[in-house]
Unconditional design. Structure first.
Length: 639
């Protein structure tokens, strides 16, 4: 989900949260960070955990001129435990008129906890399936993003829905927790015949006219969570395109306000090439047997309803963000709101990849710089939410953490792992049959990244996902003899939850003749020194010029101190119990090494740079290092 404009009305404010910080859409963050302030006390509903929905037929009757809905929801479900009642999430403001199982009317209660509790005719056994039909009507309440909106555009009436995160129950009886996807749905929208209706999936038949009304049928054959089910109805103009390539091509169906159609068409031309980019980076569009498209609506941003993103406007980055959700959020959905970054962090970063691929490196660097500035505007905050934070809509959709920090964490993983391993891991994550068209947790992504990378990423995830803050680096560089440079890395942390951010650190060096080279310092501890081969004498240095890292106020300076052979030759680790290594500049050859104990007795002699000291007694030793440029003495401690 993404909001794009800071729109303030005298009587009300649209709700939203930031997804992008590119120079052209800085207002996105402003609008979405200044939105909802309510804490929404929504916990997982324990009363809906005992069944799994396999199919729903959703029949809605509405008129876009009136905020009112009449519906009949037919639900087929399977019992996960013995059941005597069936509970749906259902807003108190709506009224159920009947509940049936077949031709049998069932008793039911609408309690004060936004639930519809149905008494089954007998105890339903675990593993058995049944179907119930709920008929209801009412004026949907205005909560959160206002899940069911009746308004106008250019004088024409319109109704649209936006249920993320907790609004589905406000307009239909459902199961809205992130633990069950409906295997497939059929949506029937009956409205005055002059209007065009929109929903997920494809129209399997032509709309049916009955008197002054028209019923439009959509079928969506992929698993879908309740919050991604959507409807809209107004005097849309329909503009068609084609996406994908044979045999996986599919229609792109755009439902546009007629007053905007001419101006929007050039913007919509961006849609097929962005789809093509995503398919080349990840996989074929996940819903290619149905459609992709957009439906214009009046909320100040966009919402990634499966197969049809609802959009206030059609700038490229909004199109890119909502489209990215079809893979990250719709195909694989975050398993809890604590894991929302798996939706929003991915969509933010994938939309930034559009900038990288369409506009070039400089524009991509600028986009990342805006994201980093937003992230580091406060010293704390984790990507992963606490249980309490996950009930706060404003925190769930926090621009700085769920979106930008989540997105930049992916950039850092890409930098750490390399492009080939990173993108392969994401492809395998999307293809995992245990996750595809289901739910995922942060740990599921971590497993796939580690499997391809071949290294443990626990430290990385603890630092950047579960804990808070960011580092500030202070790095010194020094020419270190012919063909070498020495770098010393120090770091402070903005929040005490992280003791040290272990991360490869990119630096760029420059020479007097215009030379340039990029180096990576694999930094793990404070004060760490690196002797790096360099192809020229360094005249200036840059810290992270391509903005791979989340960091703030970091500096790197070139020391003017003269090169000193004695300092350039070192013994490490020190102290040590097993071995020592003789560190030499590249252009220096080792001739001989002699170790003396505290009594001046020779205890070891060799000509290799690695010396085994396991047999030596504990104490202080003198190491005489004879080289092609002279003999140097170093002390080390045997533990």
């Amino acid at each position: 989900m993404k909001n794009t404009y800071l729109i303030v009305f005298i009587l009300c404010a649209l709700f939203g949260y930031s997804q992008s910080q590119s120079a052209g859409v800085e207002s996105i963050a402003m609008a979405e960070m200044n939105a909802a302030s309510k804490v929404v006390n929504i916990q997982a509903n324990a009363n809906t955990q005992n069944y799994n929905i396999t199919y729903q037929k959703l029949e809605f009757t509405l008129n876009p001129s009136v905020k009112f809905i009449t519906g009949k929801i037919t639900t087929t479900y399977t019992a996960l435990a013995n059941m005597s009642t069936l509970t749906f999430d259902f807003a108190n403001q709506l009224t159920a008129s009947s509940v049936k199982m077949g031709t049998t009317s069932l008793s039911f209660v609408e309690n004060t906890n936004n639930e519809l509790v149905i008494t089954l005719p007998s105890t339903q056994a675990t593993g058995t399936s049944a179907t119930v039909e709920v008929t209801y009507s009412g004026v949907p309440p205005a909560n959160g993003f206002d899940a069911f909106v009746q308004t106008t555009h250019n004088g024409a009436p319109v109704i649209w829905t936006l249920s993320e995160p907790f609004g589905a129950r406000d307009w239909w009886p459902c199961k809205q927790d992130l633990n069950d996807k409906i295997d497939s749905i059929d949506v029937y929208i009956t409205a005055p015949s002059q209007y065009i209706s929109v929903s997920n999936g494809i129209e399997t038949t032509a709309p049916v006219i009955s008197g002054s009304n028209k019923t439009t049928h959509f079928h969506h054959g992929y698993p879908i969570p309740a919050y991604l089910v959507a409807i809209a109805c107004t005097n849309y103009s329909v503009y068609n395109q084609t996406g994908g390539t044979t045999p996986n091509d599919y229609p792109i169906i755009n439902y546009i306000y007629p007053e905007d159609l001419a101006s929007v068409q050039p913007q919509l031309a961006e849609t097929p090439p962005i789809l093509e980019l995503y398919e080349s980076l990840f996989e074929v569009y996940p819903f290619h047997t149905e459609k992709y498209g957009h439906a214009q609506f009046g909320w100040g941003g966009g919402m990634e309803h499966t197969t049809v993103s609802f959009m206030v406007g059609f700038d490229r980055q909004l199109i890119a963000h909502e489209m990215a959700h079809q893979w990250f959020g719709d195909k694989i959905t975050c398993g809890t709101w604590k894991d929302i970054w798996l939706n929003e962090g991915f969509a933010t970063y994938v939309a930034a990849l559009v900038i990288e691929n369409f506009d070039g490196l400089d524009a991509f660097i600028m986009e990342k710089a805006y994201m980093i500035n937003n992230i580091t505007s406060s010293t704390n905050g984790a990507v992963y939410l606490t249980d309490v934070q996950a009930t706060n809509v404003n925190r769930v959709f926090d621009s700085r953490l769920s979106y930008d920090k989540g997105g930049m964490v992916l950039e850092m993983l890409r930098f750490k792992m390399g492009d080939a391993a990173f993108f392969q891991a994401i492809k395998e994550y999307l293809a995992d049959s245990n996750l595809a068209y289901k739910y995922a947790l942060t740990s599921d992504l971590k497993t796939h990244l580690e499997s391809v990378y071949g290294q443990d990423l626990t430290e990385f995830f603890n630092d950047w996902i579960y804990n808070q803050g960011y580092p500030t680096y202070t790095i010194t560089a020094q020419n270190w003899g012919s063909g070498q440079a020495k770098f010393v890395v120090n770091q402070t942390q903005s929040d005490a939850s992280v003791s040290y951010f272990e991360m490869p650190v990119p630096v760029r060096i420059h020479g007097a003749g215009g030379q340039q080279a990029d180096l990576v310092l694999n930094n793990t501890v404070n004060g760490e020194s690196f002797i790096m081969p360099v192809p020229f004498a360094i005249t200036s240095v840059e810290f992270d010029p391509e903005r791979h890292l989340i960091a703030k106020n970091s500096t790197i300076s070139l020391s003017a101190a003269a090169f000193d052979w004695d300092s350039a030759i070192a013994v490490y680790p020190n102290p040590s119990s097993t071995y020592i290594h003789i560190q030499l500049p590249n252009n220096v050859e080792l001739e001989h090494v002699v170790l003396y104990n505290e009594l001046g007795q020779k205890v070891l002699e060799q000509s290799a740079v690695d010396c085994s000291i396991a047999a030596l007694e504990t104490g202080v030793y003198d190491v005489a290092i004879q080289t092609s440029v002279g003999t140097y003495h170093k002390k080390f401690i045997k533990k």
